[in-house]
Unconditional design. Sequence first.
Length: 413
Amino acid sequence: MSEISITSLKCSNCGAPLPAPNGPVKRIMCPYCSSENIIEGVEKNAEILSKENIMGGLKFELNDPTVHKMIVETLCKSECPPVDIFTEVDVRRARKVVVPAYWFDNCTGTATVSYEKGVEREQQQIVGKGDKMRTVTKKVTEWTPMTMAVNDTCDFIVSGNKDYTELFKRLYPDGNNPELVDVELLDYPAEANALSYDIPDAVVFNNQVKPHMEDILDKKAKRILSDGMTRNISLSGGSSIQKGEMRRISMPVYDILLDYKGKDYSLYFTGNGGNVVYDSLPVDFERRDLINGKQKAIKKFISPLKILFTVLGIMGCVLGLIMLLTGIFAIKTCWGCIPIGVVLLAGAVFAFINMVKQNKIYLADKAKMQAELDAIIAEFTDAKKKFIESKTALKGVFISLTENPEAFDGLKV
């Protein structure tokens, strides 16, 4: 019988630390989620990889403190994170899942594209009748049916397990060319949950890879033809998709489940943390609406009196100068224009003085509203700063990281 050296155990359901087994114990109850864990050792995952004919894959490269920091930074990406999110969010699960996948390397596609190409020509037409008959020149577009060939080469990583089909399209997008580790070096931890294939590679290729490749070819054709006058672009001529080299690989996924005030939120990280996927994050809608409302108010905040006095002041200055100059240069006939001009100029000066006063009030009110907005935004910044300085880890499976500097180092306020 093979032996293994156990340095730490984690719950296969939620990822929380498990107590050390006492004697020849085969089952351990998780103190956090009450799940029963069977101690089988790392041989379990090695046997699954061998049974599924896995050729290689990627490793889990993140430790618990790094995952903790990634969860914190992901929560900050919410459109308006709640101020109490770091004290109220509960990490209910942080498990490692080994997902079987198919890697279609150098998948090539060729398609015949049909389209219509337009050419503008001048055409002369006779219009009118009798003496009013004349010749006019009009521009017309003549459309000619045409075809062209388009091809491309791509790599596709597709889940071989139904539960992760849609997730993989986002976690490992097209063009991802990972540096795989040989299967002999894939020392997945004992708590990792290694899944099995439940979708044949032929089904995956026909239902996912081929349609996706045809979509890539269609977009490439439209991009190529976008510079010219074309229409009705389609792959009506058919396509040929070749799978290239297909490998059975294993891809690591960190499956995180959070609870915030009774609502669940799921996060997924790739094995190296290079990509994060989630559908939604906690949002403080009331605070968001308050911030948006003040931002809009600041943009629209302008004194109507300022506009009024500005217009009147300019008009008064112009008319006053006109009347004053007219009275001076034509004093014998238009001497009465002089007092009118003086009055208009005086009115313009009065309008200018009032405009200055109104502008001071406007700037003061705008500064006050901006200060209120800054204070609301600073609430979350202050909460995150306090969380980092306190070094109190998120509640749940990572609470044991409290006071661990590695779980907070590098977090930005």
